[in-house]
Structure formats: C-alpha cells, structure tokens
Design a protein around this ligand. Structure first.
Ligand code: CA2
Length: 146
C-alpha cells in the first residue's frame, strides 16, 4: 500500500484564521487539512496532517516520516528562519520534501529572508496563501508518479 504524504506544520499555525488574515488568509488549519485531504484523495494519496509548537516534536515527526511517509510537505513557520535541528532532520530524508509558506517571506521583514530549511528540501512554494499547500501536494505527487 502507498505510504501517506506527511504535511507538517510549525509553531503558531494552530492560530491560523484568528488574526492577520491580510497576510495569512482567513482559512483555519482545520480548513486547510480538510482541503488537502480531499485533493490528495482525488489524486490517490492519503495524508497525515500534524502541527506542533515545539521544535523537538517537529524533529520527531520528521524522523517518523523517514519510514512512514512517501513524501513530506512542511511549513516550519518561524522555525524556518532559525532551526538547524529541523534542517538536519530534513537532510536525513530519502523522500521528496517540499517547504511551503502561506505568505511570501522574501517580501517581508529581512529576518524572514533566511531559510535554514530551503537547503534541505527538494523545493519551495510560497506566497499563494492556503493554495501553497495544494500546490505543494501537487508537486509532491508529481515527483512520486515520475
Ligand atoms: O507564510 C508562512 O507560512 C510562514 O511560515 C508563517 C509563519 C512566519 O513566521 C513565516 O515567516 C512565514 C508564521 C505563522 C504564524 O501564523 C499565524 C497566523 C495567524 C495568527 C497567528 C499566527
């Protein structure tokens, strides 16, 4: 049986939909999970959707994905710009890994321009709001099917 695609969400993303809709959109993380589940199913895949505010827990989830997932889609949120631990965990993966962001960090504060994650993933999709998740899924599935 095909392994699920892990969609991993970092710190504060549990609050999505409660503030700053002009930057992050109005969808909640539960809305995004539902939309991703439906899109993945239509393309023949299951998802495992996780969120944590704790850096070490995100590392544990990535380690779990090494054996349990066919691909990883990750929005590390603020840890994108700080976490060597998440970078190192992603480097251990032998499966496609796609970094996604709702906003376009390159257009924002200068501290968001550095991604420690970008060097450890297959590619990055950012700036499309909740659609970044769907585009990430499509990219992962295309890689898995070719
Ligand atoms: O644009 C993205 O997806 C980010 O990963 C979101 C992070 C930010 O630190 C990154 O630079 C870019 C912030 C996630 C927090 O999101 C909230 C949204 C609404 C309310 C509270 C937090």
């Amino acid at each position: 049986m095909t392994k699920p695609i892990y969609i991993i969400n970092g710190t504060n993303l549990n609050l999505l939909g409660t503030r700053e809709p002009e930057i992050y959109g109005a969808d909640t993380l539960a809305d995004i999970e539902k939309a991703c589940g439906n899109s993945a199913k239509a393309l023949g895949f299951d998802i495992v959707f996780k969120q944590s505010n704790v850096e070490g827990e995100l590392v544990d989830i990535i380690q779990e994905a090494r054996t349990m997932a066919s691909a990883v889609i990750i929005n590390p949120a603020a840890y994108t710009h700080t976490s060597v631990a998440i970078h190192d965990a992603l480097k251990t993966l032998d499966i496609p890994a796609i970094e996604i962001h709702l906003s376009q960090p390159a257009k924002r504060e200068s501290f968001r321009r550095r991604s420690y994650v970008a060097e450890a993933v297959t590619g990055t999709i950012s700036g499309f709001g909740a659609n970044s998740y769907e585009l990430g899924l499509q990219a992962a599935i295309k890689l898995l099917n070719t």
